[in-house]
Ligand binder design. Structure first.
Ligand SMILES: Cc1ncc(C[n+]2csc(CCOP(=O)(O)OP(=O)(O)O)c2C)c(N)n1
Ligand code: SF4
Length: 328
């Protein structure tokens, strides 16, 4: 029987969850758990870190160690965790408010340092948990509780900021492409350095309904109609087409610069420690084998025939017997 990853990885005792019907976070959790089950991750070595928000509630529902920290500080806690124990795989789950607004500074420096953390940012263009205020990613003209006549400020492109700051890997998809989200997480997991998977995600409750996109389906359709793959965008840009109505999605950055752990020599340290452990195990093994040999010899020495030969001065014959050879 095929068991769905949600059965293996969700904390049943925490259900029912707090998320609204049709919220995009469910799709992202599903993609994340599918990726984890494909990756066959060592559960003891994976830790989730989050800040505050609907998206940041996710780690609380997962059967993994996690840190639910303060608003905007997920990446700061994750940095400490990773540097203190570079053996851990650290995944941050955050929101556009948590990471790009109050946590903007930590975000910039995590990407600049290229610290070995995988970050999944649920970009629903709003502060969902507190009722739908505008966030740094609210598109121009879109309504929120704090922009009732439409947002005036230019929005932040989270992925572009991560790219400019130095992240090794950046991918952006919407919840209308769950398979691609899973694949991006899969790929990002196996890379070093700072990796960001930004997911455009519907918040019908606090955001969509203020913008004539009342249901999850309305919002998913909007994503389908207003996202364009990076490959297609590059071709159209060459022809001078205006793509300002679209959000570019796909694998936006894929570099192999050294991550912060490597820069600080923490990965070498780990290798050295592993070598030391291996050496001491081998030594212990050697001692065990010697001990077994000595015990076997002692056993043979105490045999009446060997003792008789020794008393008779037949040392060579006694030696042969000890070696397991025939006496004659
Ligand atoms: C220091 C601090 N300021 C403000 C808040 C209130 N607050 C809680 S969640 C949140 C916004 C969350 O937005 P986002 O990170 O985009 O997550 P979402 O709920 O949309 O998933 C805010 C402002 C807080 N908890 N702590
Ligand atoms: S308020 Fe928005 S982001 Fe929060 S659970 Fe509801 S739909 Fe999702």
């Amino acid at each position: 029987m095929v068991v769905h990853p949600s059965v293996t990885f969700l904390r049943e005792e925490r259900l029912p969850h707090i998320l609204c019907e049709g919220c995009g976070i469910g799709t992202i959790v599903n993609a994340l758990l599918e990726a984890i089950s494909e990756l066959e991750v060592d559960r003891e070595k994976l830790v989730f870190v989050s800040g505050i928000g609907c998206s940041s509630r996710v780690p609380g529902y997962l059967k993994f160690d996690s840190l639910h920290t303060t608003h905007g500080r997920a990446l700061a806690f994750a940095t400490g965790l990773k540097l203190a124990n570079p053996e851990l795989e650290v995944i941050v789950i955050t929101g556009d408010g948590d990471m790009a607004s109050i946590g903007g500074n930590h975000f910039l420096h995590a990407a600049r340092r290229n610290i070995d953390i995988l970050t999944i940012c649920v970009n629903n263009h709003t502060y969902g948990m507190t009722g739908g205020q505008a966030s740094p990613t609210t598109p121009r003209k879109w309504k929120s509780t704090t922009t009732p006549y439409g947002a005036i400020e230019p929005p932040m492109d989270i992925s572009k900021v991560a790219e400019a700051a130095g992240a090794n890997y950046v991918a952006r998809w919407s919840t209308a492409s769950p398979l691609q989200i899973k694949e991006a997480i899969n790929k990002a997991f196996n890379k070093e350095g700072f990796r960001l998977v930004e997911v455009l995600s519907q918040c019908p409750t606090a955001f969509g309904r203020r913008n004539k996109l009342r249901t999850a389906i309305d919002m998913l359709k909007w994503y389908k109609d207003h996202t364009i793959s990076i490959e297609k965008a590059e071709k159209l840009e060459e022809k001078g087409e205006d793509l300002s109505a679209f959000v570019v999605v796909g694998e936006l950055v894929d570099r192999n610069e050294p991550g912060l752990c490597r820069l600080y020599g923490l990965t070498e340290k780990k290798k050295e420690e592993e070598k030391k452990i291996e050496k001491s195990l081998k030594k212990r093994d050697g001692v065990r084998i010697d001990k077994e040999k000595i015990l076997r010899l002692l056993e043979k020495l105490s045999s009446p025939r060997v003792r008789a030969l020794m008393e008779e001065g037949e040392i060579e014959k006694a030696e042969k017997l000890l070696k397991g050879e025939d006496e004659k």
